[in-house]
Write a protein of this length. Structure first.
Length: 86
């Protein structure tokens, strides 16, 4: 129910990437543990002093980084293009 924001069903969204080059499977959160935290099923609201969680809003700048392009102008997510997939 979207009216109850603290329910994990309202904020846990699959974020899946594919490298297409036959690499073994890897956990996206584990690959990025230096820059992002694993939210588990906790409410992932931003918290001062804690690493951010990977969000679906990060995908735009992730895609651009894979293409060797700069981040989306005025974006607020993954602006350093620090999320890695391999």
């Amino acid at each position: 129910h979207h009216g109850i924001g603290h329910l994990s069903i309202n904020y846990v969204i699959p974020f899946i990437t594919w490298t297409g080059n036959g690499q073994v499977k890897a956990d996206l959160i584990a690959l990025n543990s230096a820059t992002h935290r694993d939210p588990g099923i906790d409410d992932p609201r931003p918290q001062i002093g804690r690493l951010p969680v990977i969000r679906n809003a990060d995908v735009g700048n992730l895609c651009l980084s894979l293409l060797g392009m700069p981040p989306i102008a005025n974006s607020t997510r993954n602006t350093q293009q620090s999320i890695v997939i391999k």
